[in-house]
Design a protein around this ligand. Structure first.
Ligand code: ATP
Ligand code: MG
Length: 392
C-alpha cells in the first residue's frame, strides 16, 4: 500500500481540560511516541486537537503503529489517511478507491475539507463542493446529505500532499497515563485485577503492581503468569514495575495463631499494609484492587471495611459495581482473559477457611490479629521484596 499513509489520532477528554490542556497534550504525545518506538521512526505532532503520526521511512510498520495507537489512553478515535497529488482529480480518484467499502455501506455522504496550505487554488468550501459533486456522480446510489450523512469524507490539503481520510474507529478513550497520579495495583493471577488495573490506567493513573507470592504453596509458573498479565497491560499502561512480595510466613503465622473464620480477612489486611508500604516508596497516592461487591466472602461490605481499616490511602475498586460477566467481557476485550484462566494457584487460594466470616466486626478482627507481631511480619516481608521491570 502507500508508504506515505499517516495516522490521525483524535483527542478525547483531554480537550476539556482548560488550562491543563497543554500538559495533557504533551503527556499524550510522549506516550504515543514511546509506544511507537518499536514500530519504526515517526513524526508525531499536534494540530487542532488531532495528533498526526507520519512515518519517516518505508520501514515503519503501519499496521502495528495503528494497533498501538488504538491502545493509548487519551485518544478517542483513530483514522488512517492516504496522500495523493494536490488536484481535485487525484483527490476524487483516491477517495473512490480508498473509500470504496465505506461508500458501498453508506446511503448518504458529505465532504469536509481543511486547508493547511492556504495557497491552494480552492477554499475549503469550494473544494468540498467540487469533490462532493464528482463523488456523487461516481456513486449514484449514495446521496449527498450535509446534515446527517452516513459517511463523511475528510479531505485535507497539506504542504506536500492532499490527504483523504478513512472513517475513524474508536480509540482506547480515557486520559493519558501519568496525568492522574500514581497508584499501586494489587495484581493477582485472576480475572479481576488485570481489568481493575486497566480501568484505573484508563483514568490516567500510572501503575506499579504489587504481587504476593507464597512459595512453596505457589509456583514459579503462577508468578510467570502474573508477569505475563503485567506485560499484556503494558500495551495500554506503558512499562511498569511489579513488586513481588513474599507472603508465605505471614500466611503460616495467621494459620497457626488466628481463628480460621478470619484467615482471609487478616491476610487481606496484611496485603493492604504491604501495598501501602510499596505505595509510600513509589510516591503513590492510592491502592487499586479487583474487588467487586459480594463476589466472595471477603468482598462483602463489612469485609471490605475490615480490610481497608489498616490503610489510610484511598482504596480504588473500579469493579465494585460490576457483574462477573461484564468483567469477563472486558478481560476478553483487553486481551488478558486467556492468561487469567490458566490454572495456577494464587496465595489467596492456598489457605481458604471452610466457613469464612461474611459479617465481620472490625474490633473482632483486630483482636484476632493481636496474636501476631504485625510490624515484624510486615518488615520481614518487605525486606524480602524483589521487583521486575516489565516492558511491552
Ligand atoms: P482476582 O480475580 O483479581 O484474583 P478474586 O475475585 O479472585 O480476584 P480475591 O482473590 O479475594 O478475589 O482478591 C481480591 C483482590 O485482592 C484481587 O482482585 C487483587 O487486587 C488482590 N489480590 C489477591 N491476591 C493477590 C496476590 N497474590 N497478589 C496481589 N494482589 C492480590
Ligand atoms: Mg484472586
Amino acid at each position: 500500500m502507500n508508504n506515505n499513509e499517516i495516522l490521525l489520532l483524535k483527542l478525547g477528554e483531554v480537550v476539556l481540560k482548560g488550562l491543563n490542556r497543554k500538559a495533557f497534550e504533551d503527556k499524550l504525545m510522549n506516550n504515543v511516541r514511546r509506544r511507537l518506538r518499536r514500530c519504526g521512526s515517526f513524526q508525531v505532532y499536534i494540530r487542532q486537537s488531532t495528533i498526526y503520526v507520519e512515518p519517516n521511512s518505508a520501514e515503519c510498520d503501519m499496521e502495528e503503529a495503528y494497533a498501538a495507537c488504538r491502545q493509548v489512553f487519551g485518544i478517542a478515535a483513530v483514522a488512517r489517511a492516504v496522500p495523493c497529488e494536490k488536484t481535485v482529480e487525484a483527490i476524487v480518484d483516491t477517495a473512490r478507491h480508498y473509500l470504496a467499502d465505506a461508500f458501498a455501506a453508506a446511503r448518504s455522504f458529505k465532504v469536509e475539507s481543511k486547508r493547511a496550505d492556504k495557497t491552494f487554488r480552492l477554499n475549503s468550501i469550494q473544494l468540498s463542493q467540487e469533490v462532493g459533486g464528482l463523488l456523487a456522480e461516481a456513486f449514484p446510489a449514495v446521496a449527498v446529505d450535509v446534515h446527517d450523512p452516513d459517511l463523511t469524507v475528510y479531505v485535507e490539503i497539506r504542504e506536500k500532499y492532499a490527504y483523504v481520510h478513512a472513517p475513524s474507529v474508536p480509540g482506547a478513550g480515557g486520559l493519558p497515563v501519568g496525568m492522574g497520579g500514581t497508584a499501586v495495583s494489587l495484581l493477582s493471577g485472576g480475572l479481576d485485577s488485570p481489568v481493575s488495573s486497566w480501568m484505573m490506567a484508563r483514568r490516567g493513573v500510572q501503575l506499579e503492581m504489587a504481587h504476593f507470592v507464597s512459595p512453596p504453596y505457589t509456583s514459579q509458573q503462577a508468578l510467570d503468569k502474573v508477569l505475563e498479565l503485567a506485560r499484556l497491560l503494558t500495551a495500554y499502561c506503558g512499562r511498569m514495575i511489579v513488586h513481588v512480595i513474599p507472603f508465605t510466613e505471614i500466611q503460616e503465622e495467621i494459620r497457626k495463631n488466628c481463628p480460621e473464620e478470619y484467615f482471609t480477612l487478616i491476610m487481606r489486611r496484611f496485603m493492604m499494609r504491604l501495598a501501602e508500604a510499596v505505595a509510600k516508596k513509589a510516591n503513590a497516592g492510592a491502592l487499586v484492587t479487583g474487588e467487586s461487591l459480594g463476589q466472595v466472602a471477603s468482598q462483602t461490605m463489612l469485609a471490605l471495611g475490615t480490610t481497608e481499616d489498616v490503610t489510610s490511602l484511598p482504596v480504588l475498586r473500579p469493579l465494585i459495581g460490576m457483574d462477573k460477566v461484564e468483567i469477563i467481557r472486558m478481560a476478553r476485550e483487553i486481551g488478558t482473559y486467556d492468561t487469567s484462566i490458566l490454572p495456577y494457584e494464587d496465595c489467596c487460594t492456598v489457605f481458604t477457611p471452610r466457613h469464612p466470616c461474611t459479617r465481620p466486626r472490625v474490633e473482632d478482627v483486630r483482636a484476632a490479629e493481636a496474636a501476631l507481631d504485625v510490624d515484624a511480619l510486615v518488615a520481614k516481608a518487605l525486606a524480602g521484596e524483589t521487583w521486575v521491570r516489565v516492558k511491552p
